[in-house]
Design a protein around this ligand. Structure first.
Ligand code: AMP
Length: 554
């Protein structure tokens, strides 16, 4: 495929306003990409290499501006290019604004044969990525100049964006997934699974075209080819227990994610961004090599520890991950410990679909049996008090907290699903008495709007602040009707209300405050409903507010 045809399609896609239009245009382009299909897919996503490949072009903006300037002619400098960028705002627009004398000139002489192809661009960019050592920046500049020199303005626009990983034509990974389904008539779920295991959009598109769903189903994990890490959401113990009954509780380690691949001979390690971090982490390589004797893919966290083995802040780990030179010295400065918590592949078998508990057993087996270093303990429990206990112990040991996982769940690469929850404290709601209110303004002048809340004390009530959010207009009407009969006095827009109605109120935390009678104020209070089943004598006491404030650590 000519690069000009790719550039024209990219321009059409960029100009297309609707999502479904973008998808069909991408599908159409994929359908006519011929042998360049994998490359076209990567280019659409602004990539030269598949996501699992840690190679990069390593071309900074300056080098790209320099190449554009050189192709633009003698009178143009990299500074001129930068000035134009300040005016036009985007490197593609800048590249397209120069006349590099590409295609049109050659076409005029009827040569036609020298047009730049997608494969040419791909080959040259691979060469460029491989350049290293002395003089490599000059060679990269020469290669880029050579490419720009052959481009028309439209081609230059997309070449510049590709080189700087700024394709931005409105095509995300989801669009490509759906377009592959549409172009080659395969179910999107099959495409999704194939993408998860291979982490290579180009490969998946080619397989879908060659052999449809059957060919996609044959794609499996490959030891040495990293996949995206499964991600977590925040959630409460309440969410976890009510959702799954039994919860798999693990320590949340404060370090950096690492994916471990062992092919039976050597270990390779990948960061959360799938960078190869094998060389900077020799002691993790050694830990795995010593203990594991069959091919596996594992997931875990690497934590920096002090001399007593207690965890250090995670920045220390990142320092080790980035270290390229003097690794031996770095190793003395920052000691590392592995906590492995998942197993994606073992004994020649992909385990992504297996339930977490089974994957954990396979993990323990890979390290020769029981839980214990470096295998993170997984505790099954359904009692919230016991979960709190595990959390307190994790915190006391210097860890970040706990993770709550669905014991039956599959491993879903790249997904921030509901099956792994980072524990967020459950906030207990308060049932508080309304002791005052304020008339609204404008269209709400006939409705009570803000409500003063109080907690019960030994001899009366003490205010803990006001609530005005979380209430619909309809609710304001019924609340006004309910409260008006209890109004004792009015001054301006303020109404004094006798304790009668109890609100259930949520909040983010309880802070001490000089502005209330109680000395406490709710942060971000939210109206949740009227406790019609409760009278003022059943409402929460100031003692409970005090206790919750203490529990909150505020
Ligand atoms: P966050 O970075 O706050 O989104 O939390 C998710 C991260 O916690 C994961 O990407 C892991 O790097 C890390 N983590 C620590 N311990 C665990 C664990 N037991 N299970 C899963 N992830 C963990």
């Amino acid at each position: 495929m000519d690069f000009a045809a790719f550039a024209t399609a990219a321009a059409d896609i960029e100009a297309e306003p609707s999502d479904s239009g973008v998808r069909s245009r991408v599908a159409d382009l994929l359908g006519r990409s011929g042998e360049d299909l994998p490359t076209v897919v990567r280019f659409l996503l602004g990539r030269v290499f598949p996501a699992h490949d840690s190679r990069t072009l390593d071309v900074g903006p300056k080098l790209c501006y320099e190449a554009i300037a050189r192709a633009a002619g003698r009178n143009v400098s990299a500074d001129d290019v930068e000035r134009r960028l300040a005016e036009l705002g985007e490197v593609g627009e800048v590249a397209a604004s120069y006349d590099f004398g590409g295609q049109q000139g050659l076409g005029a002489f009827g040569s036609g044969g020298d047009s730049l192809t997608v494969a040419d661009v791909d080959d040259r960019l691979h060469e460029l990525a491989a350049a290293e050592g002395a003089g490599s920046q000059d060679r990269k500049l020469d290669t880029l100049f050579g490419l720009f020199n052959r481009t028309s303005p439209e081609e230059a626009r997309y070449l510049a964006r590709l080189v700087l990983s700024e394709m931005r034509i409105g095509v995300g990974e989801g669009t490509v997934r759906d377009a592959v389904g549409e172009a080659f008539d395969v179910p999107v779920a099959e495409v999704e699974r194939a993408l998860q295991v291979s982490n290579d959009y180009g490969l998946v598109a080619a397989r879908a075209r060659e052999g449809g769903a059957d060919a996609l189903a044959e794609l499996t994990l490959d030891v040495g080819r990293p996949v995206q890490a499964m991600l977590a959401q925040t959630g409460t113990v309440g969410d976890a227990v009510s959702g799954w009954g039994e919860v798999a509780v693990e320590t949340k380690f404060d370090g950096a994610r690492v994916q471990i691949h062992y092919d039976g001979e050597s270990v390779s390690l990948y960061s959360r961004n799938m960078e190869d971090v094998t060389d900077p982490l020799p002691e993790i390589v050694a830990t795995v090599e010593e203990a594991v004797d069959a091919p596996v893919i594992l997931d875990g966290e690497v934590v920096a520890v002090d001399e007593d083995g207690d965890p250090l802040p995670f920045q220390q780990v990142l320092r080790r991950f980035r270290r390229k030179h003097d690794v031996a010295k770095a190793r003395e400065d920052v000691r590392l410990r592995l906590h492995a918590f998942d197993c994606l592949h073992a004994g020649g078998e992909d385990l992504l679909e297996a339930p977490l508990v089974e994957r954990h057993d396979r993990l323990a087996a890979a390290f020769g049996g029981e839980d214990g270093e470096p295998v993170a303990a997984l505790r099954l429990c359904s009692d919230p008090d016991r979960i709190e206990e595990i959390e307190s112990r994790a915190l006391a040991a210097g860890h970040e907290g706990i993770m709550l996982k669905n014991p039956e769940s599959a491993y879903t690469p790249g997904k921030r699903g509901q099956n792994w929850l980072k524990r967020k404290p459950d906030v207990e709601t308060l049932d508080l008495v309304v002791t005052g209110a304020e008339w609204g303004e404008g269209r709400r002048a006939k409705l009570l709007g803000t409500f003063e809340l109080s907690a019960r004390t030994r001899d009366g009530y003490a205010t803990v602040g006001n609530v005005a959010t979380g209430i619909t207009d309809e609710e304001l009407e019924t609340l006004t009707e309910r409260l008006e009969p209890h109004a004792r006095a009015e001054e301006g827009t303020e109404v004094d209300i006798e304790p009668a109605v109890v609100f259930e109120v949520g909040y983010e935390e309880i802070q001490s405050s000089p502005a209330t009678d109680s000395g406490y104020a709710l942060r971000f209070p939210r109206f949740l409903g009227v406790r019609v089943d409760k009278g003022p004598d059943d409402s929460d006491t100031l003692a409970r507010v005090e206790r919750l404030a203490g529990d909150d650590g505020s």
